[in-house]
Design a protein around this ligand. Structure first.
Ligand SMILES: Cc1ncc(COP(=O)(O)O)c(C=O)c1O
Length: 469
């Protein structure tokens, strides 16, 4: 397998069977169905197409084992359906983007109305993007200015470029296990396979140039001493500290973000909070409001985007102004551009989402559901003698096989991840959409019936987990 992975082809050498995979796969499904005199299911057909056309039959980095891989066709509210009509309670929530669940009427209406008015106006301002910028500048504490991008990864990549341009320093400090998207500077020491050698950053993927990785420094999360030591040694080269306010499922300790702010101020380092997940999810505004700390820049996506192609960097005007296109060619000008920047359909969906989120009681209900879910899940886990904790910060939650709230990535590595994935797989078999081993989300439309069904499913999953030992 390793050899196969390492093999490279020139275009003329591409394996000739390549184009036949799809046809062969579909024929196989049909032949098997003929032999067994059954109609192939929609999933069976689509899996063969996916197997033949998508690497690992996957979208992104999630490739599930055959017994739990599913193909979904649609979602409504808190539920999703697969192509064979089976129903699931959704706790993936579009990786956190769908804070109002699927197809929320106000969001659908806004997006449809905008698409009818025009799907994009590249190269010019559009009214909706300007209105959204005004709203974000008002509602995000650190936002003097907004720069649009398309995805969370793009936003963090631009924020790193801006930080480097502003400070004229090359290094960025991030935290082990922290995720800031898919680009070369971001995927370092996010999924480390070996013991950390702080502040050395390890590339997570093949194809990342060593020259890129060597500009990154890594510290353990929630450890201000470690950060201070690294800053003492490398401070003059560090442009910014990038941090998630809730790193995956690990909450920032009460002083952590404030401590980072102090260290940054003392060393002319920029503090960047990656709010792609926490923004408008922990509470209206996001982690800055929740933790009462003001970064120099923050990156937003997912909820900001309304489930569509839009993200942004919010921050100090003197930093954001470096990408002012009128400064092109001047000292400090920092390049920004993208076909979908300020996309009006996503901007309209975001405005509709923010209107809903501003209604009284939404976050109380959202966070209360997650609190109840975790409290009741914990009781069930205990009753079944399963050594795991159900942990949440606001509406972010997960079941972890450990006995204490993790403080950093080392704690996550020390937890029993095989058992965690096994229980999560059982949950999927019970009709809950969770990705094994991945932090999950409650949406504002999960209700009492969802909670009841979830707990029933967990009860059955625990029994299966114990039975299979
Ligand atoms: C904290 C954080 N930053 C950045 C990203 C990247 O966002 P995207 O997947 O939209 O590129 C993610 C994605 O999950 C994220 O969780």
């Amino acid at each position: 397998m390793a050899l196969r992975l390492m093999r490279t082809y020139s275009v003329s050498q591409l394996p000739s069977t390549h184009n036949h995979n799809l046809e062969m796969g579909l024929n196989m499904v049909q032949n098997q169905a003929n032999a067994e005199r059954v109609k192939p299911s929609n999933s069976q057909r689509l899996f063969h197409i996916a197997d033949a056309t998508l690497p690992g039959a996957a979208l992104g980095s999630y490739s599930l084992s055959p017994d739990i891989r599913l193909i979904y066709s649609h979602g409504k509210g808190s539920r999703m359906w697969d192509v064979d009509g089976r129903e699931y309670i959704d706790y993936v929530g579009g990786a956190g983007a769908l804070i109002l669940g699927h197809s929320h009427p106000a969001v659908v209406r806004a997006a449809q109305e905008q698409i009818a008015r025009g799907a994009h106006m590249f190269g010019s301002l559009n009214d909706v993007a300007v209105k959204l910028a005004a709203r974000l500048a008002k509602d995000i504490p650190c936002a003097e200015k907004i720069a649009y991008a398309t995805t969370g990864s793009e936003a963090t990549a631009y924020a790193m470029r801006l930080a480097r341009a502003f400070t004229r320093r090359d290094k960025i400090l991030k935290f082990e296990g922290g995720y800031h998207g898919n680009h070369d500077y971001a995927i370092v020491s996010t999924f480390p396979k070996r013991r950390a050698r702080y502040p050395h950053a390890d590339a997570d993927s093949f194809g990342q140039p060593a020259a890129t990785t060597s500009t990154m420094l890594v510290a353990p999360y929630n450890d201000l001493n470690a950060v201070s030591n690294i800053v003492n040694e490398y401070g003059k080269d560090i442009a910014a500290i990038f941090v998630e306010a809730v790193q995956r499922i690990i909450p920032a300790q009460p002083d952590f973000l404030h401590g980072l702010r102090t260290i940054c101020d003392a060393n002319d380092i920029l503090l960047v909070i990656d709010e792609v997940v926490t923004g408008f999810r922990l509470c209206y505004g996001g982690a800055q409001t929740w933790y009462d700390v003001k970064p120099d820049m923050a990156t937003y996506g997912k909820v900001v985007g309304g489930g569509g192609p839009l993200s942004c960097i919010a921050g100090r005007a003197d930093i954001l102004d470096l990408c002012n296109p009128n400064y092109r060619g001047q000292d400090g000008f920092t390049y920004f551009n993208g076909t979908l920047h300020g996309n009006p359909v996503a901007a309209a969906a975001t405005l509709a989402m923010l209107d809903e989120l501003r209604k009284p009681g939404v976050y109380d209900r959202l966070n209360q559901y997650a609190d109840n879910l975790c409290r009741e899940s914990q009781a069930l886990l205990n009753r079944h003698g399963i050594p795991a904790i159900a942990q949440n910060t606001g509406s972010l939650w997960q079941i972890l096989f450990t006995d204490k709230t993790p403080m950093n990535h080392t704690d996550i590595m020390a937890s029993d991840q095989v058992a965690m994935r096994r229980l999560d797989a059982e949950l999927m078999k019970q009709g809950q959409y969770v990705l094994p081993g991945v932090r999950r989300f409650v949406s504002a439309v999960h209700d009492a019936k969802d909670l009841e069904d979830t707990l029933k499913g967990l009860d059955a999953a625990c029994r299966a987990f114990n039975r299979l030992g």
